[in-house]
Design a protein around this ligand. Sequence first.
Ligand SMILES: [Zn+2]
Length: 169
Amino acid sequence: MDCGWLEVLQSSLAEFAARLRSENHTLKRALTDPHMFSGIGNAYSDEILHAARLSPLGLTGRMDDAAVARLYEATRDQLRSWTERLRRQAAGGFPEDVTAFRAGMAVHGRFRLPCPVCATPVQRIRYAQNETNYCARCQTAGRLLADRALSRLLKQDWPKTIDAFDREA
Ligand SMILES: [Zn+2]
């Protein structure tokens, strides 16, 4: 288990908010940036944003207090619940890989499968070797975020990294 999880679980809302707003980034980038919140990673950040009903491309500098509080609670709930599940699985002899897709995830690794909350097919944004999964109905008011295919149609290069992805968001 990455001890970075404990860091978020031990932070107050005020500490979490200060960390989140220390730089203006997309939420996806902020949650997966090990200098901001260590140990969350790609899969759990998708799950946290879905639980908080926030867009992965939302900007940390533009979040109101209610959205920050929702994200704080969702982060803690997800990390606690996955900590429990991983502990139970480890006890049963399951292999430990905290960054990968896991059965029981709501959106991560579930492109085109129904969102467990609203049954809308899960969407994705691909970049480099990764993808971000989200539900357009729950998280982006029905708006589809740009995908590589759309990007190509627009004759733009899709960013290679989440950092470039951030600058263009
Ligand atoms: Zn949904």
